[in-house]
Design a protein around this ligand. Structure first.
Ligand code: GLN
Length: 319
C-alpha cells in the first residue's frame, strides 16, 4: 500500500478534521440564493489513495455545485483532446495576481491561466468550438459530463438547474469578461458567444459530493488513471499540466502563499469545495461553505496547513 498504516493515518486525519471543525470564521457565498442557503456548519473530508484505500468523515454526502473546481477538469479535457500547444495559444500559464473574476487580460491580451474565470470561459469555448464543432450544445454537455463522471470512476454527477439559472442571471461580471475577451479576439473562430457562456455556467453548476470529488482528485493524483475503475481517462502529460497550474494558480489570489505553505496542487470553488492532490499518493476533497476574504474555504485551507504540519506531503518536504 502507498499508505501502509492506513488506520493510523485515518486517525490523524480525524484529529485534524475535529480541530478544523471549531474554526467558525468566514462567510458563505451570497451572490446567488442557492449558495447563500448552504449551512456554514457543513464540513466534510474524503480521501482516496492511488491504490484505492478510502477514508471519509463528516458531511461527505451533501451535494454541492462544483463551481470553480470544474476549471481544472475542463482544462484537462481540452488538453487531452486538443493538445497543450493549441490550448495555450488561447490561454497563458501565469498567475494573475488578481481576483478570480477580475476584468484583466495578460500582455498578449489572453487570459492569464485556465483557473480563473476568463481562462475557464475560453477553455469552454475551445471544447465547444474546436473539438467536434458539429455537436449540439446538448451533446457537448453530455459528452463533457461523461468525461467528469469517468474521472469520478463512473459515478453519476448531478446538474443543479436552479444554480445554473441563477449563475446566468447574476453573471454581469462574467459577461463583461466575455465581451472584453471577444473585443480582443480571444475566442476561437466561429465561437457562438452565448453558447460558450452557457457552457461555462453549466460546468460550474455540476453537482457532486465530497466522496465523488475525492475520486476525481485521486484520478489526477494517479496520472489520469482512476484508482477505483482503473480506467485511463486522461493522458499523464495532460495531468502534469493541470497539476502545474493548480499548484501556481488554483487558490485564487492565495495561490502563492498556498504553494509556499502547503506545497500541493489544489483548486477551490465558491461553494466551499476544494480538490487537493498529493501526486502519486492520494486525492482529497474538502467541503465547507464559509469562505475567507479571497474566496477559499476557511476550514479547507486550515486542513491543508495542518496536514502538512503532520505529514511530509509538501512538495519540498523530502529534500
Ligand atoms: N460561478 C462562479 C463564477 O463564475 C464560479 C467562480 C468560483 O467558483 N470562484 O463567478
Amino acid at each position: 500500500f502507498i499508505i501502509p498504516e492506513f488506520q493510523d493515518f485515518s486517525k490523524e486525519i480525524e484529529e485534524i478534521y475535529w480541530k478544523c471543525k471549531e474554526n467558525d470564521s468566514g462567510t458563505v457565498a451570497s451572490y446567488i440564493p442557492q449558495l447563500k442557503r448552504m449551512s456554514p456548519n457543513y464540513w466534510g473530508v474524503s480521501i482516496v489513495t492511488i491504490d484505492g484505500q478510502r477514508y471519509s468523515i463528516g458531511d461527505v454526502n451533501i451535494p454541492f455545485t462544483i463551481q470553480s473546481c470544474s476549471k481544472p477538469l475542463s482544462y484537462a479535457i481540452a488538453l487531452d483532446l486538443l493538445g497543450a500547444d493549441v490550448v495555450h495559444t488561447y490561454v497563458g500559464q501565469e498567475p494573475s495576481g488578481r481576483n478570480f473574476n477580475e476584468l484583466i487580460l495578460d500582455h498578449n491580451k489572453k487570459p492569464h491561466n485556465p483557473m480563473i474565470n476568463a481562462g475557464a470561459i475560453i477553455i469552454c469555448s475551445l471544447l465547444k468550438t474546436m473539438y467536434n464543432p458539429d455537436m449540439s450544445s446538448a451533446e457537448k454537455f453530455d459528452f463533457t459530463l461523461n468525461y467528469f463522471e469517468r474521472l469520478a470512476g463512473g459515478q453519476d454527477l448531478g446538474f443543479n438547474n436552479a444554480v445554473f439559472l441563477s449563475e446566468r442571471e447574476c453573471a454581469d461580471r462574467n459577461y463583461a469578461l466575455g465581451f472584453y475577451m471577444r473585443e480582443h479576439k480571444c475566442f476561437p473562430e466561429n465561437s457562438k458567444f452565448r453558447e460558450c457562456m452557457d457552457f461555462y455556467f453549466q460546468c460550474c453548476s455540476l453537482e457532486a459530493n465530497c466522496e465523488i470529488v475525492s475520486v476525481i482528485a485521486a484520478t489526477l493524483a494517479n496520472g489520469g488513471i482512476c484508482p477505483i475503475s482503473e480506467e485511463k481517462v486522461l493522458k499523464p502529460e495532460s495531468v502534469r499540466d493541470v497539476l502545474s497550474l493548480m499548484h501556481s494558480c488554483g487558490m485564487y489570489d492565495y495561490s502563492g502563499q498556498f504553494a509556499f505553505k502547503v506545497g500541493l496542487p489544489a483548486k477551490s470553488g465558491v461553494s466551499g469545495g476544494m480538490l487537493v492532490v498529493v501526486p502519486n499518493v492520494m486525492g482529497m476533497c474538502l467541503y465547507s461553505p464559509p469562505l475567507d476574504a479571497l474566496g477559499n474555504s476557511c476550514r479547507g485551507v486550515q486542513f491543508c496547513e495542518e496536514l502538512v504540519k503532520k505529514f511530509n506531503f509538501h512538495r519540498y518536504d523530502n529534500l
